[in-house]
Design a protein around this ligand. Structure first.
Ligand SMILES: Nc1ncnc2c1ncn2[C@@H]1O[C@H](COP(=O)(O)OP(=O)(O)O)[C@@H](O)[C@H]1O
Ligand SMILES: [Mg+2]
Length: 199
């Protein structure tokens, strides 16, 4: 059994806490701390579909199965880290930042644009796309890419879109439209970034 403690803590969402895997610093373990396992089960079944499709895992972390921990069942994923080894920060952090280095704006804007294209091209279905569920993985000081770490899959009662690509793409277009509005709202104070985004 894997023993987790606060020294491995990475972050926390509404339902889960995320820890660095004590035996492999390139992996993280997510344990449910509020609610039931239904969200995790949905995520795992959609991941199975993506694994079968053989997607490229550039905008999603790979999933490595479930292990037992002292905090209950833990889902193991790639831990998203920056080029310098630091655990990456969320897109929300960068959009809300008051003192974002001006040189970072074009890279961030480019990463958002590539992410939108790839999500649509690879037909990856999501629930609400929230900047707190997307990491900005820096690949150099002023460049990076976005990785979606939560709310992946389909919450429809009959998830037919998961199997019919034209329906999936329509759904994704709608989610991306709302995501664009959220992004613009969150960085309203950063006119330089807004300018990059509108180019
Ligand atoms: N693969 C990952 N790499 C780096 N940090 C992560 C990863 N997954 C989650 N995190 C961090 O943990 C937080 C909570 O994870 P998340 O999956 O969003 O939990 P919840 O399902 O409760 O919302 C995230 O906001 C992020 O800061
Ligand atoms: Mg979350």
């Amino acid at each position: 059994m894997i023993l987790l403690n606060t020294s491995y803590f990475v972050g926390k969402g509404l339902h889960r806490e995320c820890y660095i895997h004590p035996d492999d610093e390139q992996l993280c373990i997510k344990v449910v701390v509020a609610g039931d396992l239904s969200e995790s089960k949905r995520e795992q079944s959609y991941y199975k579909l993506l694994q079968k499709r053989g997607i490229s895992w550039d905008i999603l972390p790979r999933y490595h199965g479930v292990i037992e921990t002292n905090m209950g069942a833990g889902a193991v994923f790639d831990l998203i880290r920056d080029f310098d080894g630091e655990v990456s920060k969320t897109l929300e952090y960068y959009l809300a930042a008051e003192q974002l280095d001006k040189a970072e704006n074009p890279g961030l804007s480019q990463a958002i644009s590539v992410f939108k294209q790839e999500l649509h091209r690879q037909s990856i279905i999501t629930m609400t796309l929230s900047p707190k569920n997307i990491m900005y993985k820096k690949t150099s000081s002023n460049e990076g890419r976005l990785v979606l770490i939560d709310n992946i899959g389909n919450s429809d009662f009959i998830p037919i879109c998961s199997y019919i690509d034209s329906l999936a793409k329509k759904k994704i277009t709608r989610k991306l439209h709302r995501f664009e509005q959220t992004v613009l709202k969150m960085c309203a104070h950063n006119t330089a970034l807004q300018q990059c985004l509108s180019n």
